[in-house]
Structure formats: C-alpha cells, structure tokens
Design a protein around this ligand. Structure first.
Ligand code: FAD
Ligand code: MLT
Ligand code: ZN
Length: 481
C-alpha cells in the first residue's frame, strides 16, 4: 500500500485477520465494532475531506479496561491504531492513513464528578464539549475552552490536540486548565495521573505528555479540568474597519479599556466573512455600507455585572469611533443576537468547504507580520482558479487562520504554497501550528518550529512510550530516515 498524493509507504505493521476481528468481538461484542466498509467510511475521512484512509475496523470501547485490552492486543500483534474522538481535527491526525484500526472514544462519555466549589470537572474522554458546557451551566460553571466544533469534538480530542479556540485569550490553554489525566499506553498499561488539585508539585507533571501529543503517546481516557465560574454578563461588539492597521489600533485600545473583562478578540477579513454571508446565507449585522468593510472584529466581554460591562464596552466603542479606528459597529447582550454574531465567525471553517478544496494554515505570527502573510500569498498566487485567499482568527492570541480555496485539488497550487508558507512563517519567528497541531499534514515541516534537540527528545519519548510505533503512525513525527 502506498499513499500516492502523499508519496509514502505503509509501515511494517501486521494486517488484520479474521482471528483479530473475533478477538475484538469477544472483547466488545459485535455491536461495538464496525467492519462494514460503508460504515467505516466516515471514520476514514477527515473533516476538511483532504485525506482518506482505508481502515476496515473501528472499535468502540466503553471503559478504560477495554481501551487497555484493545491496545495490549494490538501492541502484541503489531497492529497499528488511530485514536479518534469527534474527528473534527484539521490536520488529518484523527483519521487513518492506511488501514490502522480506529479506536473511537465516542462511547466513553460519562461525567464522573463535578466539584462546584473547587470548579473541577472530572469526566471520561469521550464527552462532547457542548454537553459538558451545558452540564456545567446548571451549576454556575463553564468550560475554559470554546470552539466552533463544540457540538462534535470530544474533550479527549481537545486535550490531545491542546485545542485553543476563542476563549484562550482569557483562560489560557489546556496545559494550564487540565489538572489531571488518565491515559493508556501503547502496551495497555494505564497511567493514573488523574490529579484534581490545583497545586501539586510532586515530581514530573506527566499529564503534559498527553496534552497536545495527538494520540502518539497514549490514549486519554479520563480528564480532570479546572472550570471558571459562568459569567453573569456577556456583551459582544461586532465592528467594521477599513484597514488592518486600524484593527491593531482597536485591539490595543480594547486591551487598555476593557482589561479584565475582555474574553475574546477575533478578526476576519472581508473574504472570510463572505464565507458566512455568501456560502452560508447569513446576514451581516453591519448595514451602513452596501459593500461592507475590509475587516471585521468580534470583541466579547464576560463579567459579573451587566451594566458595568455594558458601560465599559460602549465607552470603548465610542473612543474607537472618535479616534476614527472603526467605520461601523453594533453592540448586544441579547442571547440570540450574541449567538448570531458568533455564528458568523465560528461557521467560517464549515462554510469555506463549499468553495471546493481548502488549504488551511493555522499559524502564530508576531503582530508586526500577522496579516502580511495573506498579502504575500495573494501576490504569489495570482491564479484565476483560486476562489479566495483569506485570513481570520484569534487576533488576541497572535494566531491567524489562512485559507486558500480552489474548486478541486491542484498539485501545482499546492506546490506554490508548500513549503513556502511554512518557511515564511519560520523566518518571521512564528509557529507553523498555533493550535491545530502537526497531525499527518505537517510532519515534514516540524523542524521549522522545533529545534533539532527538541525533535530528538520527541523521538526518544515516542520510543519509550510506544516502542513498536503502533499509536497513530505517520502523525507528528515523520519516519526517521
Ligand atoms: P479528533 O479530531 O478526533 O482527534 C484529534 C487528534 O487527537 C487526533 O490526532 C487523534 O488521533 C487524537 N485523539 C483523539 N482522541 C484522543 C484520545 N482520547 N486520546 C489520545 N489521542 C486522541 N481547534 C482549535 O484549536 N481551535 C479552534 O478554534 C478550532 N475550531 C474548530 C472549528 C471547527 C468548525 C472545526 C471542524 C475544527 C476546529 N478546531 C479547532 C480543530 C478541532 O476541532 C480541535 O482540534 C478539536 O480539539 C479536536 O477534537 P476531536 O474530538 O474532534 O478530536
Ligand atoms: C477556527 O478558529 O475557526 C478554527 O481553528 C477552525 C479553522 O481554522 O478552520
Ligand atoms: Zn482557531
């Protein structure tokens, strides 16, 4: 087996036999494994529909013990596996490349404990992020992360990618918010690091090995997470601006004026918002200009006093207007309006797929070169087949998502983009992945954001945790030549 587009060969793994299937049937029962090729299809394809694996077996364990038994067997038989949660990952880390066995975590979805006073939630890895959010709201808490995929992504998938999202600006990333983890190693051993204390400095912090390692070092089965109080007041400002320079000035003003209540600061260029308007039929709430604005910002505040927060946000917007930073804006705290505004931003990822094939880049850049990359790419690729080259993202975290869409995959467009964009980002002292991870797509470029000594240590850890390399092969670390 060779993946033609990716020019790579299958690793030296065993091929699934009938005896293997019988073993898993006896372990899980026939209704918790899938062998039908049609039913396997959705597990084989990634969300952006860019990589297709050929797995013929999906396992659905319901407990840590079952995950452990599956991995122990696979390790002994040298069967490669691909851990999968909501399959919303954007770097093809969650789908098989060849015939790896998919271990789907969807059925491990129990909430185990909610400590209201300490604000600590303990749950199985297969809980849907939105379900956790809804559950916590009933006790006045919230999840410290929020992202457009919340209706489908599972907390174990989020932890395994160290997902960022639209609240990172306020609450920080999962390396800080995850207190403890239970995970299963490749050989089936269970690592109980399910700490629930906020402070616990007793030696190595092993949980970090599993946060962001994209299923290459173990399968996360349980998570304990620090949850902030649910804010009583949420206000949103949606702004239209004429230039990126004014976006930066407005961001600076927002930091100064909104201080501790600022909970999100997102930006979109015109072509990004067009995805929601033209591809998804949503409405732009800013109507003063028929032809819209060059840039948009979504600024959210969360706090405990509605009138106080409202006053602060209005005063910030007034200052932005009087300084001539913004062309138009709307403020709201009505739930439906807030949700509609957020949808304009959060559905870009889904809507752009209607253009055809999308090259997605998820990069960190210093503010001095944040939007420059979009301009550079537009200059480099002036090709009539290109539908759009656009930039949007988590401005407050220095993370821009660049999307280049074309009707279908063209090799020559791909060649103009890569390695160019990754080398460009590296020259600007940025990161080739701000939040989506390396997955299958960026293994060749890891050295542009990690030193050779770091990469050596990563190979060493992989060898120690998974000596037979059965866990999510072809992902994160390229095969050593
Ligand atoms: P999957 O996609 O199934 O898996 C992701 C990776 O983790 C894979 O490598 C997989 O093998 C591994 N994995 C999954 N579960 C486990 C486990 N239990 N143990 C070990 N390894 C495991 N990402 C952001 O960071 N910020 C965003 O704002 C954001 N917005 C998004 C919006 C949309 C509409 C979409 C489609 C995606 C978005 N993403 C975002 C990317 C993606 O949703 C996140 O990375 C998410 O955390 C993945 O969760 P998942 O459950 O779908 O995991
Ligand atoms: C986002 O912020 O919308 C995401 O990370 C998803 C994407 O880049 O498509
Ligand atoms: Zn994002």
């Amino acid at each position: 087996l060779t993946s033609i587009r990716y020019k790579m060969r299958r690793g030296p793994y065993a091929t699934i036999t009938n005896a293997d299937v019988r073993f898993f049937e006896s372990l899980l029962g026939s209704n918790r494994l899938i062998t039908d090729p049609d039913e396997c299809e959705s597990y084989n394809i990634d969300f952006p529909r860019t990589v297709r694996g050929a797995s013929r077996l999906v396992l659905k364990p319901k407990s840590t013990e079952e995950v452990s038994a599956c991995l122990k067997y696979c390790n002994e038989k040298r069967l490669a596996v691909c851990p999968q949660s909501g399959n919303t990952g954007l770097v093809s880390g969650s789908n098989p490349v060849f015939d790896e066995i998919v271990i789907s975590m969807k059925l491990m979805n129990k909430i185990l404990d909610t400590n209201e006073l300490a604000g600590v939630l303990t749950c199985e890895a297969g809980c849907v992020l939105q379900d956790l959010e809804n559950h916590l709201a009933t006790v006045g808490l919230m999840m410290p992360l929020d992202l457009g995929a919340k209706g489908s992504c599972l907390i174990g998938g989020c932890v395994s990618t160290n997902a960022g999202g639209v609240r990172l600006l306020r609450y920080g990333n999962l390396h800080g918010n995850v207190l403890g983890i239970e995970a299963v190693k490749a050989n089936g051993d269970v690592v109980d690091a399910l700490n629930v204390l906020k402070k616990n400095n007793t030696g190595y912090h092993l949980k970090h090995l599993f946060i962001g390692s994209e299923g290459t070092l173990g399968i996360v089965t349980k998570v304990a997470i620090q949850c902030p109080p649910l804010p009583k007041a949420v206000n949103v400002a949606f702004l239209g601006l004429a230039s990126f320079d004014k976006v930066m000035k407005t961001y600076h003003l927002a930091r100064r004026e909104l201080g501790e209540i600022l909970s999100s600061c997102e930006m979109m260029d015109r072509l990004s918002l067009d995805v929601s308007i033209n591809n998804l039929g949503m409405k732009n709430p800013l109507t003063s200009r028929k032809d819209g604005h060059e840039f948009y910002m979504l600024i959210e505040t969360s706090g405990s006093h509605l009138a106080h927060d409202e006053e602060k946000l209005s005063s910030f917007v007034e200052k932005a207007i009087s300084n001539d930073f913004i062309e138009d804006g709307t403020l709201t705290n009505e739930t439906t309006k807030v949700e509609n505004i957020w949808s304009l931003r959060e559905r870009i990822s889904e809507g752009v797929l209607r253009d055809g094939y999308v090259f997605k880049y998820d990069i960190s850049l210093p503010f001095s070169s944040f939007y420059e990359v979009v301009k550079v790419l537009r200059k480099r690729i002036s090709d009539p087949r290109v539908v759009r080259i656009s930039g949007y993202g988590h401005l407050g975290d220095g993370n821009i998502h660049v999307q280049i869409s074309i009707p279908e995959y063209y090799e020559d467009v791909a060649a103009q983009l890569e390695p160019f964009i990754f080398e460009y980002v590296s020259q600007c002292q940025g990161s080739i992945s701000a939040e989506h991870g390396i997955g299958f797509k960026k293994t060749k470029y890891l050295h542009l954001s990690k030193s050779s000594s770091e990469i050596e240590m990563m190979y060493g850890l992989k060898k120690m945790m998974d000596p037979n390399g059965i866990l999510n092969p072809y992902k994160v670390l390229a095969e050593k030549s």
